[in-house]
Write a protein that binds this ligand. Structure first.
Ligand code: PEP
Ligand code: CO
Length: 450
């Protein structure tokens, strides 16, 4: 089965889950043609560098911090929104690198996270059956038929917004904003009153001491690239296969195929069928891949998918992102770790503590609780320790905005507070404060001397 030739279009011969009912006709065809002629968003060389870094995480020598929106929103593709998300990622990574003493690989759910799998094709709103909202690259969330009808031109819009986002990310990360000397500028005043804010202030002091020490012994911090630039890689769920195919190009240097829509692509828990179109498409591209695994997995199935997606067992190629929920992780993670390490698969193990812990509150909002999220991460670490395997990172839904979508944290947000600033069109995200708090907790887990 695996032996047939791969083409960027070969997925068309396999059943594809979770695809919108795109209207057929010239608009759809012309959109894909335009997309296939537009410049790549990322380069093959960057994907290879990310893969090499991820190989370090396989061994436990680096930590993967993958985070961003559940679904990016076209209307939130603004300078301040992008800057605020970047700030919280920089803050969290400095906490993890300095307090946790680990190299941090930063990957955003950003610049392309515009399409969502849904449990049902349609939903009933006010007695009306409408197509489900599938992300801004497909349709619009307003509950009327016109907004909900999939519009192929949104793929083009998604491409341009991804390009604009990535352009600003590159300017921020390479143009001085991310220099470690600015560690204080990433700080947000609202954190001051919280324990995490005080810890962050202390960290800033220690970093300044280190930078001053470097200067004192004659090392000029201005000339140490690692202190002045960071790399934020992009990632999204490779869901809309027509879009992904249109962005897939052959790298002229290596001769390999790369999906240039983002550095890392992941396959969702709902689309990872062994004989499905998503596995078929992803097996042929050379980007580093992620795969979500929820509690309904079948171990033999997982093994066959791993062999198909990573036939050479190249470290860094595959990140397995487990999302069991706090009540299920102890049942489902240990057998998976045992069986896959017995097979000798070299994968990064990442913990998504979000998707197994969603609940609906009495006001009809979807939420997640900070302490529960943290508890799943703690269990993830404990289980890896017990099994002698390597916990490699976390996968979070997070925003730089001051939203009230997840309960808990040191502000002790409760369900009745969530209406204050509940913004998400999809899943509830940690806000910036909760993100920094989580990073300090994680740093304790990562610390090599504990
Ligand atoms: C997601 O990451 O937003 C998502 C839909 O996850 P999963 O595939 O794990 O359900
Ligand atoms: Co989500």
């Amino acid at each position: 089965m695996t032996t047939h030739d791969w083409k960027k279009s070969s997925w068309h011969s396999f059943p594809a889950q979770q695809q919108p009912n795109w209207p057929t006709g010239p608009v759809f065809d012309d959109t894909l043609k335009s997309l296939s002629q537009l410049p790549p968003l990322v380069f093959a060389g960057e994907c290879q560098t990310l893969k090499a870094s991820l190989a370090e995480a396989v061994e436990g020598n680096a930590f993967v911090l993958q985070c961003g929106d559940c679904a990016e929103d076209f209307s939130r593709c603004t300078g301040p929104d992008i800057r605020e998300l970047l700030k919280v990622i920089l803050q969290m990574s400095v906490v993890l690198a300095f307090a946790g003493e680990k190299k941090v690989i930063k990957i955003g759910r950003i610049a392309g996270q515009y399409a969502k799998p849904r449990s049902s094709d349609t939903e009933i709103v006010n007695g009306l059956e409408l197509p489900s909202y599938r992300g801004d690259m497909v349709n619009s969330p307003e509950p009327n038929l016109e907004s909900r009808t999939p519009d192929p031109r949104r793929m083009l819009e998604g491409y341009y917004r991804s390009a604009a986002t990535l352009n600003l990310v590159r300017s921020f990360t390479l143009g001085g904003y991310a220099a470690l000397e600015r560690v204080q500028a990433w700080h947000r005043a609202s954190l001051d009153a919280l324990p995490a804010g005080q810890k962050y202030e202390e960290l800033v002091r220690q970093i300044w001491k280190t930078i001053n020490f470097m200067s004192a012994i004659g090392l000029d911090p201005q000339h140490v690239p690692q202190l002045n630039q960071v790399t934020l890689y992009t990632s999204h769920e490779a869901l809309l296969l027509d879009y992904e195919q249109a962005l897939t190009r052959m790298d002229s240097i290596s001769g390999g195929w790369y999906d240039t829509s983002g550095h890392m692509l992941w396959i969702g828990d709902r689309t990872r069928q062994l004989e499905g179109a998503h596995v078929e498409f992803l097996r042929g591209i050379q980007n580093p891949l992620g795969m979500k695994i929820g509690p309904k997995y079948d171990i033999d199935d997982i093994k066959r998918i791993i062999e198909r997606l990573s036939p050479d067992n190249e470290p860094g190629r595959l990140t397995l992102i487990t999302r069991f929920g706090v009540h299920k992780i102890e049942e489902y993670l240990p057998p998976l770790l045992r069986e896959l390490s017995r097979e000798g698969y070299k994968v990064v193990w990442s913990c998504d503590p979000m998707h197994g812990n969603t609940y609906q509150n009495q006001y009809g909002q979807k939420s997640r609780n900070f302490e529960v999220i943290l508890q799943e991460i703690r269990s993830f670490y404990q289980i890896h320790k017990a099994e002698g395997t390597v916990p490699g990172g976390v996968h979070l839904e997070l925003t730089g905005d001051n939203v009230t979508e997840c309960t808990g944290g040191s502000r002790q947000l409760m369900d009745q507070h969530l209406h204050l600033n509940y913004q998400t069109n999809c899943d509830p995200r940690l806000n910036a404060e909760q993100g920094v708090e989580l990073a300090f907790e994680l740093a304790d887990l990562l610390h090599p001397h504990l």
